[in-house]
Design a protein around this ligand. Structure first.
Ligand SMILES: [Cu+2]
Length: 307
């Protein structure tokens, strides 16, 4: 049922935002009327029935019709607000049958998007005016996928599939946030939603995948390493990779400081045993990423080139 959209059609950049906004406006308007009505009645009664004007209290009289009115009217108002909320909730929960489906994976601390043709992206690109359904899960802890401009939010839970759907009505770039505190890098767990005109989107979609400039870099992206590390020298959650090869670092080995040179053996040990040595100044939170020996080698070769 499309009650939702009439109040604020085109005012917001998606059908879901229109829907939530119209429910919100209706409920707010009803609350304002009630607040003003109750306050005005209270003030009028204070004046009309004060003790100076009525030194002797009058007898209580029963008034059945008044009691029925003050019971039935508030119940009707509350049920009306419930109805508006329920219709809109139902609308933003139930995706239509003809959606374009995109898989969303949340992990500490990165969102990644996979399309039906296998195309992967770190940005959520969607066509304008088409219903899109996100099928979401998490690789580690509970996250929550939130598009503030579209007024939609849904938990992303390991071992479970949750979903969201929307129709984007306005081209542009919108923020995506994680709104479930999920560890040290939580505040960095952001992404962009890019709404593109249909022809432009189709062109992008048909390219399938940008050829990865380098297999090591492609692995760093695909395995989520870049959620915590930069390929520049800038520190993120963990050290940046640029210039790290050949440098000297202080490492805590069983709580004792030891200075080491970053060479191939060091990188391999750090990647395969992330919980044994910890680089001084960084939290001991790196997860063990499943990688083959060959993949680890590709990553190390790539890090070597970042000078
Ligand atoms: Cu998160």
């Amino acid at each position: 049922m499309m009650l939702p959209v009439w109040l604020s059609k085109t005012a917001w950049p998606s059908n879901t935002a229109d829907s939530v906004q119209s429910a919100f406006l209706i409920v707010t308007a009803v609350c304002c009327v009630l607040l003003l009505g109750v306050t005005a009645t209270m003030i009028a009664f204070l004046i009309k029935y004060n003790s100076r004007r009525n030194p002797v209290p009058g007898p209580d009289r029963e008034n059945l019709s008044l009691e029925i009115v003050w019971t039935v009217v508030p119940v009707a108002i509350v049920l009306g607000m419930f109805y508006v909320g329920w219709v809109n909730f139902d609308y933003i929960r139930d995706a239509p049958a003809d959606t374009m489906n995109i898989s969303v994976l949340g992990r500490q601390w990165q969102w990644s998007f996979t399309y039906a043709n296998g195309r992967q992206s770190g940005k959520l690109r969607v066509p304008l005016g088409k219903p899109v359904k996100l099928e979401m899960t998490s690789a580690d802890v509970i996250h929550s996928f939130y598009i503030p401009a579209f007024k939609v939010k849904e938990d992303v839970v390991p071992g479970m599939k949750t979903h969201l759907w929307f129709i984007a009505d306005r081209p542009g770039a919108y923020d995506i946030f994680c709104t479930e505190y999920c560890g040290l890098g939580h505040s960095r767990m952001r992404a962009k939603l890019i709404v593109m005109p249909v022809a432009e989107f189709n062109g992008w979609y048909r390219q399938k995948a940008e050829p990865p400039p380098n297999r090591g870099l492609a692995l760093l992206q695909a395995k989520g390493c870049l959620g915590c590390h930069n390929v520049t020298s800038q520190v993120k959650v963990g050290p940046g990779f640029k210039g790290i090869y050949g440098s000297r670092v202080t490492v805590l080995v069983k709580g004792r400081e030891q200075v080491m040179t970053v060479d191939e053996a060091y990188l391999k040990f750090m990647i395969t045993n992330p919980d044994v040595w910890v680089v001084k100044g960084f939290p001991p939170i790196m997860p063990k990423i499943p990688l083959t020996e060959e993949e680890t080698g590709e990553i190390i070769q790539y890090i070597k080139t970042l000078k």
